[in-house]
Write a protein of this length. Structure first.
Length: 295
């Protein structure tokens, strides 16, 4: 604790709500935004004994409205991209996914069309295999550089981990993803149409309100949004949190929601769908949990 207190790159008592797209979240006891991979390593070594959280774009996470004991590391300033050749690059985990989609399109590369309009950082996207239309970002990974609870760098080749719909086994490894080597491909004329098609799917989403995207994963063979709609969840409300009437899988912060309003509403929706259909929806939005206790 003393070491963290002394470090001047560490902020004490940072409110996380403005860093999360839902606009809710508690106060981080300690918070830092390192701008290098070595900076992350230094922080982990100094945080010995503390829970360490990693925050990317905050577009898929809920921190409770409490004091968050430990250190929250934001990857916002770890955002370099280094091209190896025409097709592959090392991209640091704080690089924004929308920026990456734009960057590779400008280079006439393709492979990430399905990610059109997905907010957040690359690290968060890899951790949850973010994607759409049956695709996920993990498909393009060659290797991942991460750091563990002792501050040791670890490299994972793509054969060292697995991924499926909105899941990547790296998220269970107690690591922070630092950098991702991805391989793209030369674009073909039809890629533009595919990109536009994915972009147009966003029109059905309530993007003018604060949200964290889809609340629940689609159970196999079903659409979570349709199940929620069929079970009458649209417009259900707890405090300032409401289920969108446009897309039932989106919970919106109408202005003054607390994270507990949102968590309660998630539970109400899950129970309602389970009670009517017997299907237990799995949460897609992550409840904030430490990556590890620094050792
Ligand atoms: C309007 C809207 C639309 C969306 N549409 C989609 C969609 O179509 N498809 C989709 O898949 N998602 C979608 N999302 C959800 C979200 O954008 C993605 O899940 C995104 O990839 C999360 O990245 P992030 O950086 O914001 O992660 P955060 O919210 O910061 O974190 C999410 C999780 O990832 C972990 N994490 C973050 N960075 C790292 C790291 N460097 N190392 C290890 N773990 C890390 C965090 O600890 C946390 O558990 C949408 C969200 C919004 C708000």
């Amino acid at each position: 604790m003393d070491t963290l207190n002394k470090l001047n790159i560490i902020e004490k008592g940072r409110n996380l709500a403005s860093l999360c797209t839902l606009g809710v979240g508690g106060i981080a006891e300690f918070f830092a935004e390192p701008d290098s991979l070595e900076g992350v390593q230094e922080l982990i070594k100094l945080a010995k004994g503390y829970p360490v959280y990693v925050l990317g774009g905050g577009s898929n996470v809920i921190y409770p409205d409490d004091l968050i004991h430990g250190l929250v590391i934001s990857t916002r300033n770890i955002n370099k991209i280094t091209w190896h050749d025409d097709l592959s690059a090392d991209i640091e985990s704080g690089y924004k996914l929308p920026g990456l989609v734009k960057n590779i399109r400008e280079k006439n590369l393709a492979g990430l069309e399905f990610a059109a309009g997905i907010p957040g950082s690359l690290g968060g996207a890899v951790s949850g295999n973010a994607g759409a239309g049956g695709h996920g970002v993990c498909e393009l990974i060659e290797s991942v550089l991460a750091i563990d609870s002792s501050g040791n760098f670890r490299k994972y080749n793509n054969k060292d981990f697995s991924f499926e719909y909105r899941k990547c086994s790296l998220s269970c490894e107690n690591i922070i993803i630092l950098s991702v080597k991805m391989k793209f491909r030369a674009s073909r004329p039809e890629d533009e149409e595919i990109y536009q098609k994915f972009l147009s799917l966003r029109k059905n989403q309530p993007l003018n309100f604060k949200s964290a995207g889809c609340t629940f994963k689609n159970p196999e063979g079903y659409s979570a949004g349709k199940l929620l709609d069929d079970c009458g969840c649209k417009n259900l409300r707890v405090g300032g949190a409401v289920v969108s009437d446009r897309h039932a899988n989106f919970i919106l912060n109408t202005g003054n929601a607390s994270s507990f309003d949102i968590m309660d509403l998630i539970k109400i929706c899950r129970d309602k769908v389970y009670g009517i259909t017997g299907i237990m929806l799995e949460q897609e939005i992550k409840n904030a949990e430490p990556c590890f206790i620094a050792s």
